[in-house]
Design a protein around this ligand. Structure first.
Ligand code: KIV
Ligand code: NA
Length: 268
């Protein structure tokens, strides 16, 4: 049996070999990613990339648990982290704890992730002290899209830089085992990485982080558009369109199904 990576394994990689992370939402994709990845994040980005929502604000605890279960079933070696959705952790720490426990018990994942707005480090400490490994997320915080007025890069001026640095420090000091840094310029990503004692996992945050993460559907090319920071490693949308067109052609020509794909009654 393969030993699954856990929070201390990831934390120990600070400053070492870069940590390989991708999001995952389903059993078969998790199974295909497990070998190459150290960490699979069941991101609340699933609201947008799997369910077609305009942002992540509408994602529910039930959606996260269902996809978390699917990813756990598909993976064996990679650490699985499940995002806490909007509204499930920003209020009373006791409520965040109850919701995190539900995610951990019902999925079997190794940690949860929260977006580290100003009030969140106290909740991170509350969860970690009670046995729940927590990953933070600073810089561009997608769950704040409605107060920010869009998905905007952070730390563009000095006040913004200091804010992101402070959020990262508070998140690490609260006991997070790693911190996602999203949508910041290279200099700030390097400063955040140097300022905290746990790994930074970058997305749109340069190579100056301890690891990298991408939304898997973006890097697989499932969409016509992807942000500038995404590198496309496949063209799955093109592959699916080609496969569907070939199938349609064969059905219309009655060349599918053929003999090899047909059941016949036993001669008798
Ligand atoms: O929800 C998500 O996919 C994320 C990653 C992009 C870090 O939070
Ligand atoms: Na997320």
């Amino acid at each position: 049996k393969v030993r699954r990576l856990a929070a201390p394994d990831i934390a120990a990689r600070k400053g070492g070999e870069p940590i390989v992370c991708l999001t995952a939402y389903t059993t078969p994709v998790a199974a295909a990613l497990d070998e190459a990845c150290d960490l699979l994040l069941v991101g609340d980005s699933l609201g947008m990339v799997v369910h077609g929502l305009p942002n992540t604000v509408g994602v529910t605890l039930e959606m996260m648990i269902l996809h978390g279960q699917a990813v756990m079933r598909g993976s064996r070696k990679a650490m699985v982290v499940v995002d806490m959705p909007f509204g499930s952790y920003e209020g009373a720490p006791e409520e965040a704890y109850a919701n995190a426990v539900r995610i951990m018990k019902e999925t079997g994942c190794q940690a949860v992730k929260v977006e580290s707005g100003p009030t969140v480090p106290a909740t991170i400490a509350y969860l970690v002290q009670r046995g729940i490994p927590v990953m933070g997320h600073v810089g561009l915080r997608p769950q704040a899209v409605l107060v920010d007025g869009g998905f905007k890069a952070k730390g563009k001026d000095e006040a913004g830089r200091l804010k992101v640095l402070e959020e990262a420090r508070a998140t690490a000091e609260a006991g997070a085992f790693a911190v996602v840094v999203e949508g910041v310029a290279e200099g700030l990503a390097r400063d955040v990485t140097a300022a905290i004692s746990v790994p930074t996992i970058g997305i749109g945050a340069s190579a100056g982080c301890d690891g990298q993460i991408l939304v898997v559907d973006d890097m697989l090319g499932l969409f016509d558009w992807a942000p500038k920071f995404v590198r496309r490693y496949a063209d799955l949308k093109g592959e699916i369109e080609r496969a569907a067109a070939d199938y349609a052609r064969d059905v219309k020509a009655r060349t599918f199904p053929g003999e090899a794909e047909t059941y016949y009654a036993k001669k008798g």
